[in-house]
Design a protein around this ligand. Structure first.
Ligand code: NDP
Length: 255
């Protein structure tokens, strides 16, 4: 098989109650997968589940609220899903937070929260899922990094450190798990218009900087990430492993 059909697969997408995660869940459902949504706010999560179920059918859209920074909650959720729903074939580590403050004013607690949500969570959720995937001899993990895995900007040091770490964690997971049949890749979006970036979109100076710095001269849309994510989760990417796919309108290709 070489196509992008995800029929018969189950995908867990963390942080999929809104934004990029929701779009990736929607795209994987459209490609035939069964999807487990995740987020912390149960009301928003249920609203999203109901909305996607109305489009794709009740049986294929599930939701499980847990905090990706809570190791015990992650382990419980993953083990329960594996037992009651079935094998998780695809994990998308997408949950993330942004915190904008200059380094000299940054609290240790905020540094640790951003690292925990954007980087450590990929280890914790990835390990919980891989404990099932490795004995099965297969599975896909897609880590949602960022252009900030490669580029730095003022005021987002912990985010930049986390996404750079996530890029190399992707390689480390590949190094340890590829021989067991797992494929672990990262998708690194450019500047995408979501709730996380709404204040930046609304800031004329920042908006102008994004449009000027992006060769495609626009903000990314969540839909721009769907094809690349489905590809990385599919048989079409059967020999792609340990890679970072930048989906950024050319931002990291030019100075
Ligand atoms: P949003 O803020 O719009 O959505 C974040 C999602 O993650 C929500 O569903 C949120 O739900 C969930 N989430 C946050 N913290 C946790 C947690 N501790 N446990 C479980 N779920 C959590 O962000 P985006 O959609 O913009 O970003 C998604 C990913 O893409 C992030 O990793 C981000 O770093 C990355 N990215 C975004 C870019 C952009 O320009 N927007 C660019 C590059 C990368 P809830 O709050 O209910 O938990």
């Amino acid at each position: 098989m070489t196509g992008t059909d995800l029929g018969g697969r189950t995908a867990l997408v963390t942080g999929s109650s809104r934004g990029i995660g929701r779009a990736l869940a929607d795209g994987m459902l459209a490609a035939g997968a069964r999807v487990v949504l995740n987020g912390r706010d149960t009301a928003v999560l249920e609203e999203t589940r109901a909305s996607l179920a109305a489009t794709h059918g009740e049986g294929r859209v599930l939701a499980r609220d847990f905090d990706v920074t809570d190791e015990a909650a992650v382990t419980l959720a993953v083990d329960e899903l594996e037992e009651r729903v079935g094998p998780i074939d695809v994990l998308v580590n997408n949950a993330g937070v942004q915190h904008r403050v200059p380094l000299l004013e940054l609290d240790l607690a905020d540094w640790e929260r951003v690292l925990a949500t954007n980087l450590t969570s990929a280890f914790v959720v990835g390990r919980a899922v891989a404990r099932h995937m490795v004995p099965r001899g297969g599975g896909r993990i897609v880590n949602i990094a960022s252009v900030q895995a490669d580029l730095a900007r003022p005021t987002i040091a912990p985010y930049t450190a986390a996404k750079g770490g996530l890029r190399n964690l992707t390689r480390a997971m590949c190094a340890e798990w590829a021989s067991a049949g797992l494929q672990v890749n990262a998708l690194a979006p450019g500047y995408i218009h979501t709730e996380m970036t709404q204040a930046l979109v609304d800031d004329p100076a920042f908006d102008g900087w994004v449009r000027g710095r992006t060769p495609a001269a626009r903000w990314g849309r969540v839909e721009d990430l769907v094809g690349p994510a489905v590809f990385l989760a599919s048989d079409a990417a059967a020999f792609v492993n340990g890679q970072v796919l930048f989906v950024d309108g050319g931002m990291t290709a030019v100075v």
